[in-house]
Design a protein around this ligand. Structure first.
Ligand code: MTE
Length: 296
C-alpha cells in the first residue's frame, strides 16, 4: 500500500473512521482489492470498492441510521428465506410470487456500477442481478401503467430502526415505467459474486445507477404498476430536498450542500460528480425536454 503525503487535505477529505480505523478491517479491505473480479456487462471503468467497505458502510434506516448499524444488526435479524413479492396494480397478471419463481426464468448478470449517495459519498459495486426490464413484462402491465412503485419490508420484530420515526415506514420508492424498463436498471440479488448481504438489501433490491442511492430500494416485498407518480418516502419526508427523479446531477445542489463533488469510499481526495453519475450517454434521452432543475 502506497502512502502519500498530501498537505492540502482537509478533515472532510479523510475517509470515514467507521470504515478505515480498525486495522483488521483495513487489511481485509486492502486484500479484497486483490480478489479477481468476474467479467461484467457494464464496467464502470473504476476499481470496485472493497467488499469489506461495501458491506459495512451502509444506509438501511430500518436497521438504524449509523453507517455500521445495518451490518451489525441486519445479518442476525433479517429473515430472507422464504421471501415473496406481491405484484399488483395496473397489470393483467397480479399475484404473490416466491423469490425463486420470480428469478428462475432469468440468467443472472454481473454489472459493475457506480453508486452515488445523495449525502456525497460514492462506491463502485459489482452487483449480480437480473434486468428489471426482463422481469416486469411477465406481469403484463396495462396501458394505464405509467410508474412502478416499490416497497420494502417493514417488520418491527426484524427491523429495530422502525421504532425511530425517521421516515414514514414502509420505505417506498418509484420509477417512471420507462426508467424501470431501462437496460441499466437492475433487480439485484448479489454482490461480489455472493448473495446480497442483509445490510445491502437482501434478498432483492433495486439498483438504478444514474440516480442517487436512495432510489435503489432494498429488501423489496411489493412491486405495483400505477397510473400516477408514487410519493417516495424521502419526498414525503422532505419534498424540498428530495424529488421524485433524483438523478445524479452535479449542477443541482442539495439545499444544504453541494453535489458537485463526492468522496469515493477508500479515497482521500474528493472527485468530481458526473452528470447522471457517468451514465449520461445511456440515460439522458429519458429526460429530453425536461427542466432538470425544476423536476429534480
Ligand atoms: N432502502 C431501504 N429500504 N432503506 C434505506 O434506508 N437507503 C438508501 C438505499 N436503499 C435505504 C434503501 C440509500 S440512502 C442508499 S445510499 C443505498 O440504499 C445504500 O445502499 P448500500 O448500503 O448497499 O450501499
Amino acid at each position: 500500500m502506497q502512502i502519500r503525503s498530501a498537505p492540502d487535505l482537509k478533515d472532510c477529505d479523510v475517509t470515514d473512521r467507521d470504515v478505515y480505523l480498525g486495522r483488521r478491517r483495513f487489511l481485509a479491505a486492502a486484500s479484497s482489492l486483490l480478489l479477481p473480479v468476474p467479467a461484467m456487462a457494464a464496467p464502470a471503468g473504476d476499481a470496485p470498492t472493497p467488499f469489506e467497505a461495501v458491506s459495512t458502510y451502509n444506509n438501511f434506516y430500518e436497521f438504524g441510521t449509523g453507517k455500521d448499524d445495518p451490518a451489525r444488526t441486519a445479518p442476525d435479524r433479517l429473515i430472507t428465506r422464504p421471501w415473496s413479492v406481491a405484484v399488483g396494480g395496473e397489470c393483467a397478471r397480479p399475484g404473490r410470487i416466491g423469490l425463486e419463481d420470480l428469478l428462475k426464468p432469468h440468467r443472472p448478470e454481473e454489472r459493475i456500477y457506480r453508486l452515488r449517495c445523495v449525502e456525497g459519498w460514492s462506491m463502485v459495486v459489482p452487483w449480480t442481478g437480473v434486468p428489471l426490464a426482463a422481469v416486469l413484462p411477465r406481469f403484463e402491465p396495462t396501458s394505464r401503467a405509467r410508474f412502478v412503485e416499490f416497497t420494502t419490508l417493514a417488520d418491527p420484530r426484524q427491523m429495530p430502526g422502525l421504532r425511530a420515526g425517521v421516515l414514514d415506514w414502509p420505505y417506498v420508492e418509484g420509477l417512471r415505467l420507462d426508467e424501470a424498463m431501462h437496460p441499466l436498471t437492475l433487480l439485484a440479488t448479489g454482490l461480489y459474486g455472493r448473495d446480497l448481504p442483509a445490510q445491502n438489501g437482501a434478498p432483492l433490491r433495486l439498483v438504478v445507477p444514474w440516480k442517487y442511492g436512495f432510489k435503489s430500494i432494498k429488501s423489496i416485498v411489493s412491486i405495483r404498476f400505477v397510473e400516477t407518480m408514487p410519493t417516495s418516502s424521502w419526498m414525503k419526508a422532505n419534498p424540498r430536498e428530495y424529488g421524485f427523479y433524483s438523478n445524479v446531477n452535479p449542477q443541482v445542489d442539495h439545499p444544504r450542500w453541494s453535489q458537485a463533488t463526492e468522496r469515493r469510499i477508500g479515497e482521500f481526495r474528493r472527485r468530481d460528480t458526473l452528470m447522471f453519475n457517468g451514465y449520461a450517454d445511456q440515460v439522458a434521452g429519458l429526460y429530453a425536454g425536461m427542466d432538470l432543475k425544476a423536476d429534480f
